[in-house]
Structure formats: structure tokens, C-alpha cells
Ligand binder design. Sequence first.
Ligand SMILES: [Zn+2]
Length: 100
Amino acid sequence: MISYDVRCFICRQMFSVVEGTPQYKLVKRNMDGRHSCEDCRKLIELDAQRQSGMTPELFAALEQLELEERLSKYSDMKDILNFPKSPKDQDTPPSESKVY
Ligand SMILES: [Zn+2]
């Protein structure tokens, strides 16, 4: 089983993410990004549920987590949809001009 040791950007404790978890995906995609341990994430979620007592630090952390989740969803979607490349410049036939 593969796991990474990363530092929580909230409590500064080292924690490990294990292969197969959503957190592992986030860490693998963005090794230098901000990552939070399970305890801190629970705190953030609890705070979000209460909708009160949000500190700016927690709010920023929550925003960061949501952004990363959205980004990871977006890249997953891109993989699934696999947009075909559309030709940039299509040759348009020259319009006929009347010559008198
Ligand atoms: Zn933490």
C-alpha cells in the first residue's frame, strides 16, 4: 500500500494519506498544495455546518479545499469527455465577386 506523508497546513502536523482515498488523489495531483489532516478537515466541516464562528483561517482553508475538489472534478470530467480538437482556422471559400 502506497502512502504519502504530508504536512497539514492548519495544525502543521505530519499525516499520511493512503492510496485509494480522495485525499491521496489531491496530494498526488498537487504535491506542493495545501493539505489538511483528517482532524482539521472535520473541524472545517463542523464549522461550515454550524455556519457560525468561522475564522478567516478556517474560511480560507475551506475555500482551498473546495477549489481543489472542483479542480479535481474538472480534470476528471476532461478525461471522460476527451474533447476533440477543433480546427482553429477553417478555410472559407473566397466569395464570388462580380466583374463587369
Ligand atoms: Zn491538521
